[in-house]
Design a protein around this ligand. Structure first.
Ligand code: ZN
Length: 84
């Protein structure tokens, strides 16, 4: 699994919509990818938002939540060489 797949599946994972095999693959990816581990930590802070979106069961809001997650992912992976 690559990071893009992981990110694509995170929303489904948060909503319990993936099977056990896929979940294991995600956990295996987490074990070897510190970036995604850090990303998941961010997701946990966003879970409250996901929960609110789930309550509405709106496809539009689901897309919005995916967009928010992708933005958070890009923030987590962004390395600024000019920093520090
Ligand atoms: Zn990754």
């Amino acid at each position: 699994m690559v990071c893009e797949e992981f990110v694509d599946l995170i929303t489904a994972w948060a909503e319990g919509e993936i099977d056990g095999v896929t979940e294991i693959a995600m956990l295996e990816h987490l074990a070897q990818c510190p970036d995604c581990a850090a990303y998941l930590d961010q997701i946990r802070r966003t879970t409250r938002l996901i929960g609110e979106l789930r309550a509405t069961e709106s496809p539009t809001l689901t897309l919005r939540s995916r967009q928010l997650l992708r933005e958070a992912f890009r923030e987590a992976h962004r390395s600024d060489p000019g920093r520090g």
